[in-house]
Design a binder for this molecule. Sequence first.
Ligand code: SAJ
Length: 414
Amino acid sequence: MKETRFQICVLGLGYIGLPTASIFATKGKLVLGVDVVQSVVDTINEGRIHIEEPDLDILVRAAVQSGNLKAATKPEPADTFIIAVPTPFTKLDDGSLEPDLSFIKAATESIAPCVEKGNLIILESTSPVGTTELMRQWLFEAADGRIGADDLYFAHCPERILPGQMLKELVTNDRIAGGLTPEAAVKAKELYEIFCSAEIFLTDARTAELAKLTENSYRDVNIAFANEMSMICDQLGIDVWELIKLSNRHPRVNILNPGPGVGGHCIAVDPWFVVAACPEKARLIRTAREVNDSKPQHVIDQVKQRAARFRKPVVACLGLAFKADVDDLRESPAVDIAVQLADLFPGDVLISEPHVKVLPKRLSDKAKLVPAEEAIQMADIVVLLVDHKPFKRLSRRVLDQRVVIDTRGCWATG
Ligand code: SAJ
């Protein structure tokens, strides 16, 4: 890489930061990607990736080989800084989650020695309302009088890309540029226009922050409706898949799919940031979270009920990921269900998950990882937890003589 000043510095090289840094680099920008984990930095500098996402390896390799993307553990001066670090959370006694902004604060403080008059600072991490303002405050405190209050431009530009389709959506999704000032929003828009072919809407930072949380809360509420209907149907002995298929024939009804619960690091988490900000007002959002969080226990109760007629049932759990065709096990209801079933039926739980080579720690000494056909062949009860493509393709004949609990409607006939 030439000895030169970087144009863009991206902090956090995970699911959002890495594709973003790489796409800017392939568009000719000189990009420094920063991550606190040395092994992540080394992997990227070798042109390889540490996360699974279709075609991300090709993009990163191209970016590194072009000489425009370099990774490091420390930031350097640049024109623009993009903060894309995770927003972890703390679990409270009532089951709700509270955002933990310590990673955003640390990333902001780490750029304080590098920032210069005229720089644009963008927060991409999903954040509670007011975080961009806090970021400005943290930065000025850390810069210790080296820069003035009006010297920098701050904006929140939330990411909306869907895991599994990230590279396509990075380019084709509309975006929101929310500035602490109108000038900052315009500057952010101009930056994303480098690779984004869709519309970019200008707003203020607080609206942009809440827009991101609103999108994921909206989806959570709609999935909760589907999950609630599935539990009502189970009680009434009605096939929920047929019910939804028929109801969705109404021109203004579009019910989503029930499942074993809602997982991932976004939809199962972000609505709580709204609840934490306005607990008295966010009643529907809180209830939706509670409904979705109650679904794993409903599935376990179904298995217990169906297992009662066996002396020592063998249970096959198909899938651990938080959704179909990804390897991400974060906040996955399937993992919680498998762990509890392994406790209920010690030594008799088999797991099939085509996207992992070893079971997560919580399961490794309780259950066995085997291919799907083998698990089904040995099982009395088959619990489908994730609708991965290979499970959808299984011949229905292998399920004959088995008790089948299909939480995703993967084999629904309705
Ligand atoms: N799910 C259902 N039923 C459905 C749809 C989803 O049970 O009908 C479950 C999935 O199985 C999974 C969870 O919901 O456990 C979330 O999956 P998802 O595919 O709906 O969303 P994510 O978490 O992969 O990505 C979401 C997206 N947000 C919206 O669709 C509003 C994505 O656009 C965001 O960028 C991402 O969150 C994020 O980073 O916030």
